[in-house]
Design a protein around this ligand. Sequence first.
Ligand code: PGA
Length: 236
Amino acid sequence: MVKSPLIVGNWKMHKTSREAQNFCETIAPQIAQSQATVYLAVPFTLLPTLETSIILGAQNMHDEPKGAFTGEISAHMLKDAGAQFVLLGHSERRHVFGETDRFINRKVKRALAEGIEPILCIGETLEQRESGHTHEVLKDQLLSSLEGIDDYSKILIAYEPVWAIGTGKVAHVDDAQSAHAFIRGLVGDRPILYGGSVKPDNAQNLLQQPDIDGLLVGGASLEVESFSQIINGKNP
Ligand code: PGA
């Protein structure tokens, strides 16, 4: 591995506390020898229970500090439960739950106010890519979600083309690099992660691109074997 990347596992709606604890214990030696910084975005229920040195975060939160929002969770509660970061604007939140850039913008501000590191996820659909609108969409999502924020120094970005998430279709490395270079022009030296069907056999190639600083890994973060291959730069 040429640089020291940030690898973020996104467990989505998977794992009970026993399964999660087993995972963390089994993978601990692999993490200890990894040059990567490893984060895990886990279900809320696991945040206060997991005993691990892995940096834990959440996959979503509400923007209001408290109130009558049945079923929601606040940044303050996440912090209290041990979250150090939060994924915001993941494409499943945007597309399945209808989250808008305005809502995501308020969440980013709330996370920053609470001292939780936001990982802002952006990405185009296949239709937007094929119609030649990728850059326009990325710029729009990025600038709308960061509106009113002058200091980007506490924000991480994840570029996840929607058509590559959970589909097995990873973006071509040149396309991924080109999107990252475009985002770099907007956010400067902030870490930009690539996500979407990252697996042990494509992770290293992606990480070798100059503007890909890390990876956001869904399915392959659920198994110790595949996740440890990714964090240790092993290409099976
Ligand atoms: P995937 O998910 O690696 O399973 O495509 C990535 C993500 O949704 O963050």
